[in-house]
Write a protein that binds this ligand. Sequence first.
Ligand code: PLP
Length: 211
Amino acid sequence: MDNAVTRLKGIAEQIAGRAKLVAVSKTYGVDDIAPVIVAGQMLFGENRVQEAQAKWPQLQDRFKGIELHLIGPLQSNKAAEAVALFDVIQTVDRPKIAEALSKEMQKQGRALPCFVQVNIGREAQKAGIAPEGLDDFLSLAHKVYGLNIAGLMCIPPLKGDPRAHFAELRKMAVRNDLKQLSMGMSSDFEVALEEGATYVRVGSAIFGGRA
Ligand SMILES: *Cc1c(COP(=O)(O)O)cnc(C)c1O
């Protein structure tokens, strides 16, 4: 049998408790996600606020105790929706977003744990704070905006070996006394685990390929 639930069990076995598994359900619908919840997976990631809004409220009603992480870029005009829907924001990457999230969390009385996304490969087109700017940004996010920064998140460059990037992210977390590291996807989560990931974000290896 080859379906999302069997694949989920395989991935969970491979992780073997070394990190938390964020099942990335983007592009998949409620009917694809529900069996994975029934099988016991309670932690999910979505990369678009609007798509998540269309799918998750009904699932959160039906299944209590879901933990939903935003793992995609956030626009400040979507901060209110994001704070209302998600439990963790993994993609804080600039002062404007830190400020918008801070305001919304106060307004809604929801203090969500956040991760700062680091542009670990220093890629022009990629989201994330530049590694050189991380320490200053962390201090701003914490001291000025009062955000609860639990850890760091990265998406290494598509090409090349991700190991050095994962190791660098870990060093940055240790240096800033941050405990959580969200790194590793379907193709490289084993390497990420070896380099100290505490959260891996796995989509296609569970749900199947995306169109
Ligand atoms: C889609 C996505 C993933 C999961 O990718 P897969 O290769 O399908 O496992 C992980 N992290 C982020 C930020 C994503 O957008």
